[in-house]
Write a protein that binds this ligand. Structure first.
Ligand code: FHN
Length: 472
């Protein structure tokens, strides 16, 4: 009898548990939270909150790294014109031949902690690395492909894991560049890139690649590495549509609602100028001028990405380096116009950051250690420039203005648009004593600079004045 009671009790309990599970399953199905949120219709307040850290950061590192670092600009013993990461396309290298570079890619000198220390020391606040460039080779252990650093290359270790961990440890935001275009995947018509005949049904096949390869890879990346930014590229791929762009934006935000996504997730970008056309509602949180800086300010957030020499991916023969002065000037110009600066490195196949890049990053970092308050957390004041050699920023929500002169000043400097607060002090950053100043209606402020102030600042690349006040 006792046994019978026990059995009846067990059956009742099991039924109740099943019912509970079923009703939980049903309610889980009824409210698929991700699907109900339309991330394309975000309030201004929510958008501003999501973008806040990125806007304050101002300066980040772009990293183009992959199998193209192996040929380093040469194919069959000859130089191939163009940027290093485009060698597969430019030299029309067949997929199976190009794959040999991935087979050789063994960056034993790579050290994630050292790389992140270099960016941190340069004053960079975030990084964006190529999880996959157009050549299709992946820098993490992808589940939907074995064309990746772990399965295909002798190196066999997950580069994104090492970098995302190092970023977390050192307080740098981690971002990923991911190419929509894919010269390796057969359904992204890889065949045509090496000069072959175009295949049939490209749209259908691309849609299949989009659904069953691109999206699963993004899910892997977001789940495993928790990136703060997804930086798409290769969106001009013919088969990729505006509708797919909107879907991709929704999809990525549904996986990580506070992620920041560039405008190359969709089809709105106007070439290298990088900002969106206004003929449609394009997805994306910021514009992406490439190798150029906007002429002025913009209501749409933007980030100018740029190389230090002429290539993104490593080329052993590219020594056309921009000077540290130019790079600092660019950073200040971008910040004054309210943008971000994403400065690229192209490490070599062993995992070394090229020496000239390291030197320039050190120079920028040294400048930022003294002058960084004029860059981080600033906004463009109404008037952001005076001629070619002076730029203005203002610390967000405060009356503190910064005037940065790219030319070494003499014993006076005049800022036409600024009026210091009465009895306030004007400083030259790097010199601890206040400077004398005089305000004249219609002319702005004239600041006196004693020789000892310039000597104290020393051999800098740009001179920053801090002024509490208003604009004329
Ligand atoms: O084709 C790429 C190029 O290789 C590089 O990645 C740059 C970086 O912004 N974007 C593309 C061209 O717009």
């Amino acid at each position: 009898m006792r046994t019978l009671h026990f059995l009846v009790l067990m059956v009742l309990l099991a039924t109740a548990c099943k019912e509970k599970q079923k009703s939980e399953d049903q309610s889980a199905k009824e409210i698929p939270e991700e699907e109900t949120v339309n991330y394309l219709e975000e309030s201004d307040e929510a958008f501003n909150e999501r973008m806040a850290w990125w806007r304050d950061a101002r300066f980040g590192m772009f990293i183009h790294w992959g199998a193209y670092a192996v040929p380093a600009g040469k194919y069959e013993g000859k130089k191939v014109d163009g940027i290093g990461e485009w060698i597969m396309r430019n030299a029309k290298i067949p997929v199976d031949v190009y794959e040999q570079y991935a087979r050789e890619f063994n960056p034993t000198a790579f050290n994630a902690e050292d790389w992140v220390a270099v960016m941190k020391n340069a004053g960079m606040k975030y990084m964006v690395i190529t999880s996959k460039h157009h050549d299709g080779f992946c820098l993490w252990d992808s589940d939907v492909s074995n064309y990746d650093i772990v399965d295909f290359s002798p190196y066999g270790k997950d580069i994104l894991k090492a970098l995302s961990d190092a970023c977390k440890a050192q307080g740098i935001k981690f971002g990923l560049y991911h190419s929509i275009m894919d010269w390796h995947h057969p359904d992204a018509h890889a065949d045509t890139y090496a000069g072959g005949e175009p295949s049939e049904n490209n749209e259908e096949r691309f849609a299949d690649y989009f659904e069953n390869y691109l999206k699963p890879q993004l899910k892997e990346l977001i789940t495993a590495y928790d990136p703060a930014i997804l930086w798409f590229d290769g969106e001009w791929e013919k088969e990729f549509t505006h509708e797919q762009g909107l879907e991709l934006y929704q999809y990525v935000r549904s996986l990580k609602p506070d992620i920041i996504i560039n405008n190359r997730v969709d089809k709105g970008r106007q070439g290298m100028q990088g900002m969106n056309r206004d003929d449609n509602d394009y997805a994306g949180d910021f514009g992406t001028p490439e190798q150029e800086i906007l002429d002025g300010t913009s209501d749409f957030d933007w980030e100018s990405c740029m190389t230090m020499n002429d290539t993104w991916g490593y080329r052993s023969d590219d020594d056309n380096w921009k000077s540290s002065e130019t790079l600092i000037r660019n950073l200040v110009d971008v910040a004054a116009k309210g943008g971000n600066y994403l400065l690229n490195i192209g490490p070599d196949a062993q995992g070394n950051i090229p020496g000239p890049s390291v030197t320039r990053l050190e120079d920028i970092g040294n400048w930022l250690k003294v002058n960084g308050e004029a860059i981080y957390g600033t906004e463009n004041p109404g008037s952001y420039k005076q001629g070619d050699d002076i730029r203005f920023t203002r610390k967000k929500g405060t009356p503190y203005y910064y005037a940065v002169s790219f030319k070494k000043p003499g014993n006076h400097i005049q800022f036409n648009s600024l009026k210091p607060e009465e009895n306030s002090k004007v400083f030259l950053l790097g010199y601890e004593h206040p400077l004398e100043w005089k305000y004249t209606e219609g002319k702005g402020v004239t600041v006196s600079i004693p020789g000892k102030a310039l000597r104290a600042v020393g051999n800098t690349r740009a001179w920053t004045f801090k002024i509490k006040g208003t604009e004329n």
